[in-house]
Design a protein around this ligand. Structure first.
Ligand code: MF3
Ligand code: CO
Ligand code: CO
Length: 275
């Protein structure tokens, strides 16, 4: 794997890992904060009876109102500005006229582009009161992501991130989805390297200061197998057990990690105190 200077590289996935400058960090900080603010804005709207199309519309308007563009619209033919993945949907659920029901758990994944930089983040939202096992899955998934993030520093490897996530989730009887992964990002939405959420310490690619990528583990209560529905996007667990996901965009700093997508309102994970 080779490492190249982002500002001197094409704005597409060339298969090389891009290394970013202090100025690039500032761009990601602004884009990441906006994406996180968008999720904060959605919190009071995720209630029984609301359609996922309505949440999509709120995101679309928020994004344009903040001098940004939704990265998902027209991305490989995707037609909406967010993904809404409910219950056994693992990722890439397409907003529709379906209404959320009491007891559902839904992942909302926002990606916006601000001044060329991608802010990509997702959180789980419980709809009203949810079952204890759903709450537990959400907690395990969030903590696995946090442990993955804590492994990030120069000299560590992508395998260190995956090992932390997999060990934590599997010790609690859950499984890690292996069909989808985190990704480099910056001026490019999905860039090198892939950040898989399983693996062994020391495997994979070396992390270097200036790398930007997402960590976005999908964790299932049942088995890890996934299938894609006929719409070509919606990924579901084959055994129809619940799946959860959180996502942060991060940068590798001289001595560790900076998380670009921290919630300004402190709404990191449920329960979200209603504002
Ligand atoms: N935001 C998702 C990710 O974390 C990608 C969604 S692509 C879409 O990488 F086209 F489905 F929106
Ligand atoms: Co992502
Ligand atoms: Co995302």
């Amino acid at each position: 794997m080779s490492y190249v200077i982002a500002a001197e590289s094409p704005s597409r996935n060339t298969g090389h890992i891009k290394i970013h400058t202090a100025e690039d960090f500032e761009g990601m900080r602004v884009a990441g904060r906006l994406a996180a603010e968008c999720l904060d804005m959605l919190v009071p709207h995720v209630v029984p009876g609301v359609t996922t199309n309505y949440l999509d519309k709120l995101n679309y308007e928020f994004t344009l109102d903040h001098r940004s563009l939704p990265a998902c619209i027209n991305y490989r033919g995707y037609t909406k500005s967010i993904c809404t993945s409910i219950n056994h949907v693992v990722c890439h659920g397409i907003p529709s006229n379906r209404t959320l029901k009491e007891g559902d758990i839904v992942n909302i994944d926002v990606t916006l582009i601000h001044e060329g930089w991608h802010g990509d983040t997702s959180r789980m939202f419980p709809v009203g009161n949810v079952k204890r096992r759903a709450e537990r899955l959400i907690d395990i998934t969030h903590e696995s992501m946090i442990r993955g993030i804590a492994a990030v520093r120069p000299g560590a490897t992508t395998g260190d991130i995956g090992a932390e996530i997999q060990t934590y989730a599997e010790a609690r009887g859950c499984s890690v989805v292996t069909d989808f992964c985190g990704h480099g990002l910056g001026r490019v939405f999905h860039d090198a390297p892939n950040i898989v959420h399983y693996g062994r310490h020391g495997d994979g690619y070396e992390l270097r200061e200036g790398m930007f990528f997402t960590i976005e583990p999908m964790i299932n209560l049942g088995k890890s197998s996934v299938k894609i529905l006929n719409d070509g996007w919606t990924a579901v667990t084959k055994d129809r057990t619940l799946s959860a996901q959180f996502e942060h965009a991060v940068g590798v700093t001289a001595d560790g990690v900076e998380v670009f997508t921290i919630s300004p309102a402190g709404l990191h994970k449920p329960p979200y105190s209603q504002i």
